[in-house]
Design a protein around this ligand. Structure first.
Ligand code: F6P
Length: 363
């Protein structure tokens, strides 16, 4: 029957393997030929060994592994038409007309553009004798289903992106570890967490770890933030607390748009309060390690739903992104979600924070 290919693109995240596994198994279960495309769009452009047929066993024992076993990349070649032409040829030659893309908004946008261009790509491949008219007729329509894999939880339309929950687990584990040593020495720690332009990881980690202060991009601090910070830290100390934890989202800024860095915060705490202060930058630890139960199940559900969406698609079905809404796996129009996500990025860049938060919705 149908040829389905699954690939992961952009930054990796925990739970991507669960999603890949579900796509493969649901696809096989429904009688499809399922392919892995390795190394993201680069593998699609390069073809050859990068596109291999999957079987039931090839996704055994991956659900618990972090990262993505089929590799991921940020690909430049796919941004050029020549790259997309090769990618189309590689798919047509194998009878792949269904793509499951697991990635962020950039990767989903690329998939949509590819689909819009599909007919013209096939025409050009015929004109240059790279495929036959018969091959074109068999592969007329390209169907796409997306899933969002990212620790940042920065995508519009889904309550949780695949990987966010695991990253939070890793962060609070790290904060708990820091708290024990901070307690011993009555220290203040500044922890920098990821999230790009989104403060979700920082806010939720702060709540879950009873941090004393948090800096996030969506709520830039006022000019007098130093006084406010010091007041809060002193208040906690005089209430008997032996330590302070401050969380800084990597994208945090002040009202003027100047970055708030861990170093700056440390300087304030040392200069004003003379507290013994250390910085811990969590970095890519947050993106590694085993996925949580939540992300495994999320990946499974999303992957299965993506295959169902493809199997139900007719020639003019628009690409969808599989999302979590409440506790339901739902299908939403891919480009609507991407556009809204990009509108959030624009609002953040223009420092229209209320608009950004409103556009982002529940996630
Ligand atoms: O989008 C995931 C993310 O980990 C962000 O939180 C972070 O800003 C970025 O990727 C880091 O990118 P790289 O892995 O290229 O250093």
């Amino acid at each position: 029957g149908h040829g389905i290919a699954v690939f992961t693109s952009g930054g990796d995240s925990q739970g991507m393997n669960a999603a890949v596994r579900a796509v493969v198994r649901m696809g096989i279960y429904l009688g499809c030929k399922v392919y892995f495309i390795k190394e993201g769009y680069q593998g699609m452009v390069d073809g050859g060994e990068n596109i291999v047929e999957a079987n039931w066993a090839s996704v055994s024992s991956i659900i618990h592994r972090g990262g993505t076993v089929i590799g991921s990349a940020r690909c430049m070649d796919f941004k050029e038409r020549a790259g997309r032409l090769s990618a189309a040829e590689n798919l047509v030659k194998r009878g792949i007309t269904n793509l499951v893309v697991i990635g962020g908004d950039g990767s989903l946008t690329g998939a949509n553009l590819f689909r819009v261009e599909w007919t013209s790509l096939l025409d050009e491949l015929i004109a240059t004798k790279r495929i036959t008219a018969e091959e074109r007729d068999k592969n007329k329509a390209l169907h796409i289903a997306g899933m969002v894999g990212s620790i940042d939880n920065d995508f519009c339309g889904t309550d949780m992106t695949i990987g966010t929950d695991s990253a939070l687990h890793r962060i609070i584990e790290a904060i708990d570890a820091i708290v024990s040593t901070a307690y011993s020495h009555q220290r203040t720690f500044i922890m920098e967490v990821m999230g790009r332009h989104c403060g979700y990881l920082a806010v939720v980690a702060a709540l879950a770890s009873e941090a004393d202060y948090v800096f996030i991009p969506e709520d830039p601090v006022k000019i007098d933030w130093k006084d406010q910070l010091c007041k809060k830290l002193l208040q906690e100390r005089s209430a008997g607390q032996r330590l302070n934890i401050i969380i800084v989202a990597e994208g945090a800024t002040d009202r003027e748009g100047n970055p708030i860095t861990a170093e700056m915060v440390k300087k304030v705490v040392v200069d004003e309060l003379n507290q013994d202060t250390r910085i811990t930058v969590l970095g890519h630890v947050q993106r590694g390690g085993n996925p949580s139960a939540f992300d495994r199940v999320l990946g499974c559900r999303m992957g299965a739903e993506a295959v169902m969406a493809l199997m139900e698609a007719t020639d003019d079905t628009e690409p969808c992104v599989v999302s979590l809404d409440g506790n339901q796996a739902v299908r939403l129009p891919l480009m609507e979600c991407v556009n809204r996500t990009q509108a959030v990025a624009k609002a953040m860049a223009e420092r229209k924070f209320e608009l950004a938060v409103e556009l982002r919705g529940r996630s």
